[in-house]
Write a protein that binds this ligand. Structure first.
Ligand code: NAD
Ligand code: UDP
Ligand code: UDP
Length: 338
């Protein structure tokens, strides 16, 4: 069998998966599904910079050409408009499978998590590629364990309004492990916690993008419920580093990838006020059904086995996102580009 290590160009005697110093590594052929989206496009930037050939597969459901346009004309970059719910034939070494309608506003109507994941696993099996699934902290549902470890099985309502996403990702994890055990596909599973940064969808309803856009537009920040529910917010560059370490490493996972810094939504609103506009008003709105009360990753496993931990705090990362949002909302390249 033509092993993954051979594809990397240095035989199989390399249990760490790391590139030996002084050895020039052959560029890999990598598919990033959902690569025109928020996280995907930052991942593509890193892979291209590393010298790999990248094929982005995206149907632009929530992604945008603008996120990857700076690679047009680069012979190492290809963009395919394709819905992963339909079969796809390609020859590649690695598959980063990110395609997914990731926001509550979008995800309710879409079979991508199940059918799309099945197709990409079928592709991985046929060509012997390594497959990485971007799962989510939502697999823990409204968790009864805090902080959440990867060993926790979760507390998910199978028939609630969020179930399509939670259960879709849980099914995607199941499919991934079945292809690993049953067909020998090399797989990696990341459970991603709330992530923010430049290129996030402005109006997809997630809390960080909502608050930042609202503060910039001088609208009140909409806090759902009493605002005491918590989340842990990770800056996108930390996530991309974690995903690449996971793909290149030897461990299947699942691995929590998130920033353990935990904030209530009211505290987040305060950080947004400090960063953008101290006079921004707060407006309370009814919360959505089945909203998890708290969420915070235990990242000991990623620390130990991937040597990974986040570096960018919310107060450091938020301004980087704000200047991007300011430019996209107002088209102003000078104001606030610090
Ligand atoms: P995003 O919406 O910006 O990116 C998703 C991309 O997938 C978009 O470009 C979209 O057009 C594409 N897509 C959706 N359905 C598709 C289909 N059927 N065929 C082809 N392409 C399709 O979201 P993101 O935040 O970049 O999320 C990326 C991945 O990370 C997702 O799998 C998401 O579930 C996971 N994740 C993200 C977060 C987060 O906070 N950002 C948290 C947990 C998990
Ligand atoms: N698939 C794909 N590209 C490939 C190989 C498979 O999109 O290169 C799809 C295929 O259409 C099928 C799914 O992946 O719907 C699962 O494929 P697998 O071979 O595991 O299952 P089977 O086709 O035998 O049911
Ligand atoms: N939320 C909020 N105001 C908003 C959008 C969301 O208070 O404008 C809350 C939402 O109720 C949830 C938290 O922020 O408790 C995180 O929501 P998001 O959709 O960003 O992520 P997820 O619920 O998937 O973690």
């Amino acid at each position: 069998k033509f092993s993954y290590a051979h594809r990397l160009g240095f035989g199989s005697g390399n249990p760490t998966g790391k590139i030996p110093l002084g050895l020039k590594r052959k560029g890999l052929r990598i598919v990033v599904t959902g690569g025109a989206g928020f996280v995907g496009s930052h991942l593509v930037d890193r892979l291209i910079a590393r010298g790999d050939s990248v094929i982005v597969v995206d149907n632009f459901f929530t992604g945008r050409k603008e996120n990857v346009m700076h690679h047009f004309g680069n012979p190492n970059f290809e963009l395919i408009r394709h819905d992963v719910v339909e079969p796809l034939l390609l020859e590649v070494d690695q598959i980063y499978h990110l395609a997914c309608p990731a926001s509550p506003v979008h995800y309710k109507f879409n079979p991508t998590n199940v059918v799309g994941t099945l197709n990409m696993l079928g592709l991985a099996k046929r060509v012997g590629a390594r497959f990485l699934l971007t799962s989510t902290s939502e697999v823990y549902g409204d968790p009864l364990q805090h902080p959440q470890k990867e060993t926790y099985w979760g507390n998910v309502n199978p028939i609630g309004v969020r179930s399509c996403y939670d259960e879709g990702k849980r099914t995607a994890e199941t499919l991934t492990m079945d292809y690993h055990r049953g067909a020998g596909v090399e797989v990696r599973i990341a459970r991603i916690f709330n992530t923010y940064g430049p290129r996030m969808c402005i109006d997809d309803g997630r809390v960080v993008s909502n608050f930042v856009a609202q503060a910039l537009r001088k609208e009140p920040l909409t806090v759902y419920g009493d605002g005491k529910q918590t989340r842990s917010f990770q800056y996108v560059s930390d996530l991309v580093e974690g995903l690449m370490r996971l793909m290149e490493g030897e461990h299947v996972g699942p691995f929590n990838l998130g920033n353990p810094g935990e904030f209530t939504m009211l505290e987040l609103a305060e950080v947004v006020q400090e960063t953008i506009d101290p006079n921004a008003k707060i407006e309370f709105r009814p919360n959505t059904e089945d909203d998890p009360h708290k969420r915070k990753p235990d990242i000991s496993r990623a620390k130990e086995l991937l040597g990974w931990q986040p570096k960018v705090s919310l107060r450091k990362g938020l301004p980087l996102m704000v200047s991007d949002f300011r430019q996209r909302i107002f088209g102003d390249h000078k104001v606030g580009s610090s």
